[in-house]
Write a protein that binds this ligand. Structure first.
Ligand code: BTX
Length: 325
């Protein structure tokens, strides 16, 4: 619309200034309500504004779309990301990757989207994936491992993601078993591992990575605003997504190949060095109930071990954990 154009013009010509609602309304020749609505629209498209009471709005960043070329340019991998699908908007990259898996797509195929309209977490939970702000990516793998070892892939991914964040920023991420990457106690990244198998052999594994990169606090829905954060919020600067994607793919490929040749042990040691939840009192909420106790480590298979107050050791295959301090 005309208002939209005039607004973008006004903001980009006054990049370091706050523009009041009234001033914007004058420039665009419309009401302040229309301005407010348009700003909300622009926010949904990935424009970021800072709003200060009495001063008005200042533009913080203009959305920049990635391109598949910019992602793969200089990518130093043999398998991961050699075959890359890039979308502007999809329901879920997991869905597309699993369709590709059934169409015999090669190992290492990557699906990336600027936005997901139905991004998902574990147990059918939602994964909030606003446009241009994060990395919403699925990787197709075809490891020749038994199904029981599949949880290890989540832990391998977590290690790779932590290493990539460490390389791209000054932050010190930590892993909360099994699939959360935390910075300063807040969730920055979630990992979702889904497999297709027949009998005991894995046909394909789709690893989903959802990383909040340049998300601002206002982009998060109210219900996760206190628990979620992004790399840019924690680092205090914008982080280039293309380079970060390359770094993630490079780290993951290295770890994956190490895993296939040397087994899980070397990765288990790295994983434990990044874990926040080892040696702590926690409550694990599983499908069959809650178990509380002290975490004593993970097994060779990536299963969490919890010792309860009676000294009984529980094997936790899947749960949400909460610190109990
Ligand atoms: P999870 O089940 O461990 O976490 C989901 C929970 O995390 C939600 O219920 C909500 O409380 C919170 N949450 C939702 N969105 C966000 C967010 N952006 N940042 C922080 N917390 C959030 C985690 O599941 C696994 C997520 C995998 C997402 C990737 S994105 C690419 C791929 N495609 C897809 O649909 N899912 C994966």
């Amino acid at each position: 619309s005309g208002i939209r154009k005039k607004l973008i013009e006004a903001f980009t010509n006054n990049e370091n200034e706050y523009l009041s609602g009234q001033k914007l309304a004058d420039i665009a020749g419309c009401s302040r309500t229309a301005i407010w609505k348009q700003i909300e629209e622009l926010r949904k498209e990935g424009f970021q504004f800072q709003a200060v009471r009495r001063k008005g709005y200042k533009i913080v960043s203009i959305p920049t779309a990635m391109t598949a070329d910019k992602i793969t340019l200089g990518l130093k991998t043999e398998i991961f990301g050699r075959n890359l699908y890039y979308y502007d908007s999809v329901e879920s990259t997991q869905k597309i990757a699993s369709k590709l898996a059934n169409e015999a797509a090669e190992e290492g195929t990557v699906v990336i989207s600027e936005e997901q309209t139905a991004g998902r977490g574990r147990m059918d939970r939602k994964w909030h994936s606003p446009k241009h702000t994060g990395i919403w990516m699925s990787i197709l793998l075809r490891p020749k491992i038994p199904i029981s070892k599949a949880p290890q892939l989540t832990l391998i991914t977590a290690v790779g993601v932590v290493q990539a964040i460490e390389e791209a920023t000054e932050l010190l991420p930590q892993i909360k078993w099994p699939n959360d990457i935390m910075v300063n106690g807040k969730k920055i990244t979630g990992i979702l591992t889904e497999l297709q198998a027949e009998a005991d052999s894995i046909h394909s594994v789709i690893i989903g990575i959802g990383m909040n990169v340049n998300t601002l606090e206002a982009d998060f829905p109210e219900e996760i605003r206190r628990t979620a954060s992004s790399l840019s919020i924690e680092a205090g600067r914008t982080i280039g997504r293309e380079e970060l994607i390359r770094t993630i793919l490079e780290k993951l490929e290295k770890l994956y190949l190490l895993y296939l040749t040397k087994g899980f042990l070397p990765i288990k040691l790295m994983w434990e060095s990044y874990a926040i939840s080892i040696g702590k009192q926690i409550i694990a909420r599983t499908i069959t109930g809650e178990i509380s106790g002290k975490t004593i480590g993970i097994t060779e298979d990536g299963v969490l071990l919890i010792e309860d107050s009676a000294g009984v050791i529980h094997h936790i295959y899947s749960a949400d954990i909460k610190m109990n301090e």
